[in-house]
Ligand binder design. Structure first.
Ligand code: BES
Ligand code: ZN
Length: 481
């Protein structure tokens, strides 16, 4: 019994070491910001080392909150480091990675158009509200860990609905926060060791008190954006040649903790990451253009490629939206973690910096402040365009068989009866072929239940082909007498 109590005590002490309130921690930040903060809040921050325009610091939670508060005007960010050594060493560290092998091309019009036609604004809205309803996703809270576990289930269900055996979802446990990140992997059919990655942070914060931190725009919007992009890839039957990963990070708000641990692991294992695109705040339409590419801590040629994608797919018609550029002036989100590891990173943002959602990091960062997910839907399209054109289509749609429990197909008196019961997908077409493959009859978008008169056909064998809007098929031999 004593042992159990001791274990429980150790467990709680362990948990406590994660909570940073009133604790001090190590970080790196822009040197100028460190100096300004030292002037404002002497005693809250200590500068350990300087190099170029960067400083390694030891700072308090109060100092961190002051930084978060100032972001609403124009604030500096900081990157958490687990120790003084790690902070000082990272000032010295410059990763030079050779990215010259990467050639970006636009070749996948069919797959891209199929996918972006399926982007659904309502799904994004529902998901943002679902995430906001956790009340808080502050990284030390049980509700944040719960949100990560539920997101894993949601992603698994999404893949399973489309019969994807090439998809797996894992929780990534961290050293410097108790909240796990979530990673979905769609294994590449031809180049499984080459990774195309998108991500955003799942955690939230509020400097008014972390009990009420809905984080709808920052960054439920980004998580809902990349989830919808993944969903349309599945619904359109897209199979990638390169491996795709979709990441939802923990503990971004306390200094990029989640993404930093993941990017550092990938970096030190020399994982071949083709490119990374970050989605953090996608739903507030605050400026004249729709998408703003953040040009600092990102890669110029990747930014150019994303602009070319938009010139190609989004310059007219129903998928039209516009872009501009902006800067954060500091490593303001998780793209900086990948950029610091020498990988090509980009950060398409909801507005120009400074015209972004004014309610972030407050209890008022709710969906109802915006009221529609139309802005975020543009980013889902951009995300799908990036994933498809960078990972490249296998050329083969994932063709799935419908589970035989959910349909009934039979012929009686030369009439073909069919019924798909309790079935989530809709039948998108019924085609009757003869045995040499001639198309005899086509029905587009029929009801999920119906009867087709085949009396006028010559007697003999035919094939009835049912396709659903999840790219599934059922073929049934039918006899006309
Ligand atoms: N979503 C913000 C980043 C952001 C805010 C970008 C406004 C552009 C405009 C992110 O969640 C955040 O709050 N970042 C921190 C810095 C981070 C390194 C702790 C910030 O900006 O204070
Ligand atoms: Zn934030």
């Amino acid at each position: 019994m004593k042992k159990i109590i001791l274990l429980i005590a150790i467990f709680f002490i362990g948990l406590n070491s994660y909570t940073q309130n009133n604790d001090r921690f190590y970080a790196t930040m822009a040197l100028q910001d460190a100096h300004e903060l030292q002037n404002d809040q002497p005693g809250e921050i200590q500068i350990l080392a300087e190099r170029g325009n960067e400083a390694a610091v030891y700072m308090s939670e109060t100092a961190a909150e002051a930084l978060h508060g100032r972001i609403l005007v124009h604030g500096p960010g900081y990157i958490f480091k687990p120790s003084a050594d790690a902070a000082i060493e990272s000032l010295e560290r410059i990763v030079n990675r050779d990215n010259s092998r990467i050639a970006f091309t636009i070749t996948e019009d069919v797959a891209v158009l199929q996918a972006i036609n399926l982007v659904n604004v309502q799904n994004i809205e529902d998901h943002i509200i679902e995430l906001e309803n956790y009340g808080s996703r502050y990284h030390t809270f049980g509700s944040a860990t719960q949100a990560a576990m539920d997101l894993k289930t949601k992603w698994e269900d999404m893949a399973a609905l489309h019969g994807r055996t090439d998809v797996s979802v894992r929780l990534y446990n961290h050293s410097n926060t108790q909240m796990p990140s979530v990673i979905m992997t769609i294994e590449g059919s031809e180049f499984p060791d080459e990774f195309v990655i998108v991500g955003g942070h799942l955690d939230s914060t509020s400097f008014q008190g972390n009990n009420d931190a809905p984080g709808a725009d920052d960054d439920a919007s980004g998580i809902a954006t990349i989830t919808e992009a993944a969903r349309v890839l599945f619904e359109s039957g897209f199979v990638p040649k390169r491996t795709i990963e979709i990441m939802a990070y923990s503990a971004e708000e306390i200094g990029l903790v989640g993404s930093q641990e993941i990017a550092q692991e990938y970096g030190s294992n020399n994982v071949d990451v083709t490119a990374y695109v970050n989605f953090d705040m996608t739903n507030y339409n605050g400026s004249g253009n729709d998408v703003y590419f953040i040009t600092d801590f990102t890669d110029g040629s990747l930014n150019t490629f994303l602009m070319e994608l938009m010139n190609h797919y989004n310059s007219s018609g129903s998928h039209m939206f516009t872009y501009g550029t902006s800067v954060c002036n500091y490593g303001c989100s998780d793209h900086a973690s990948w950029n610091n590891e020498g990988y090509m990173a980009a950060f398409p943002f909801e507005s120009s910096f400074g015209q972004h959602n004014p309610n972030i990091h407050t209890a008022n960062d709710t969906f109802s402040f915006i009221g529609t997910a139309e802005h975020a839907a543009k980013f889902s399209k951009l995300c799908a365009e990036f994933l498809i054109e960078t990972a490249k289509s296998d050329g083969q749609l994932a063709v799935l068989e419908v589970d035989s429990n959910v349909y009934e197909i039979y012929v009686s008196n030369n009439t073909l009866y069919y019924e798909f019961n309790d079935y989530e997908a809709d039948i998108s077409s019924v085609v009757i072929y003869d045995l040499v493959g001639n198309t005899i009859m086509t029905l587009q978008d029929p009801d999920n239940q119906g009867a087709i008169n085949m009396n006028h056909l010559a007697s003999g064998m035919y094939i009835a082909n049912f396709t659903t809007d999840y790219s599934e098929v059922v073929n049934k031999k039918v006899m006309v007498r």
